[in-house]
Design a protein around this ligand. Structure first.
Ligand code: ADP
Ligand code: TRP
Length: 329
């Protein structure tokens, strides 16, 4: 049976771009037969930038409840917090020592900051902490600790997986075939959602539609979608942001009716009302679950603790193997 593992960073409220681009495909992926799935909340990766106690607690629950509400089944997926599996930090230290510094210098996230600093005329390492610099090694540790066969990721994480494979290779070259070399899988049929202003929906552009908020906020947010000043009777382009979003939530027959209305003329206000209706209908059952978990945090803790117990069973075995191989047992 193949073992799949992936990490989820708690970085604030999920938006519908995260849902269609990452959460939904990963949950569907976890439902395949003959696979073991390990999905974890990478809270110690978030610590590189998230350095406020209240936000750390809140974001961690928000992301855990979001995934549970969206259909992650704890019986099918071992769901845990990275920080509940302390073995990862011992492996992390060990892997530090087979990782050339130059490999980290070439990591995209670090390189981007260095380049930005150079352009701004400040010292190259301004604003870089060692956690950020070593981020890819911790990620390699997450993966190899659990003997993962394959890591489903978004395209933005590809370099991190190449680095993990390099680190694995370096270790095995020195100590024998001890660590499993991870493959990765990039889902290529995910879509990129556009935000309120027509650019890619992203927290960094502040143009998102939150996945879980109250109905009034959802309605108000949809009303902020930027449109032009055409009259209700004017035909509208079928590839407008409103229609692109509509297609994700509406049935085929509803989509046909909307296409028809846009071609012959419908006011933007009415189109937004109709978008709100289908979106709310789609999200409401998940929102109910989300609200339930957010107010039953002990249940969430229990799920994550159970997951950590399962993950640690594998982790301790890997670590024993590694310690023996390097001669510290
Ligand atoms: P943000 O850009 O809002 O900070 P993240 O970088 O935290 O989002 O992305 C988390 C996951 O959600 C990634 O796998 C990313 O590919 C996916 N994602 C983010 N924004 C979108 C979007 N607009 N459309 C589709 N997927 C997205
Ligand atoms: N770096 C990943 C991200 O930002 C999160 C992550 C941490 C991860 N550890 C991992 C992903 C291990 C896959 C495997 O999305």
């Amino acid at each position: 049976m193949k073992r799949y593992l992936t990490g989820i960073k708690p970085t604030g409220r999920a938006h519908i771009g995260n849902y269609f681009g990452a959460i939904k495909p990963a949950i569907e992926f976890s439902k395949q037969q003959d696979a073991e799935n390990f999905y974890f909340i990478a809270d110690y990766h978030a610590l590189t930038t998230l350095q406020n106690k209240e936000d750390m607690i809140e974001y961690t629950y928000e992301i855990a409840c979001t995934w549970l509400a969206c259909g992650l089944d704890p019986n099918k997926v071992v769901f845990y917090r990275q920080s509940d599996v302390p073995e990862v930090f011992e492996l992390n230290w060990i892997l530090n020592n087979v990782t050339p510094k130059g490999l980290m210098n070439r990591a995209h996230a670090y390189k981007a900051i260095v380049e930005r600093n150079a352009e701004a005329g400040v010292t190259v390492d301004e604003g870089v902490n060692m956690g950020l610099y070593n981020y890819p090694i911790l990620m390699a540790s997450d993966i190899m600790l659990l003997d993962a066969d394959c890591v489903p990721i978004g395209l933005d994480q590809k370099q991190h997986l190449e680095i993990a494979r390099d680190i694995c290779h370096n270790f095995n070259l020195k100590y024998g075939n001890i660590l499993k070399e991870p493959q990765y899988y990039i889902e290529d049929n995910t879509c990129t959602l556009l935000g309120l202003d027509g650019r890619k929906m992203s927290k960094s552009y502040n143009n998102t539609i939150p996945l879980f908020c109250d109905e009034k906020t959802l309605q108000k947010t949809i009303n902020r979608i930027v449109t032009d000043s055409s009259l209700p009777t004017d035909p509208k382009p079928l590839d407008c942001v409103i229609n692109k979003l509509y297609k994700l939530f509406a049935s085929e027959s509803e989509q046909k009716v909307m296409d028809e209305k846009l071609s012959t003329g419908i006011g933007w206000g009415d189109a937004k009302k109709e978008l709100y209706r289908v979106m709310n209908e789609y999200i409401a059952p998940m929102r109910t679950k989300y609200d339930y978990y957010m107010s039953h945090r002990d249940e969430v803790d229990k799920i994550l603790e159970d997951g950590a117990v399962k993950a640690r069973k594998i982790a301790t075995k890997t670590l024993q193997r590694v310690r023996k191989a390097i001669g510290v047992n």
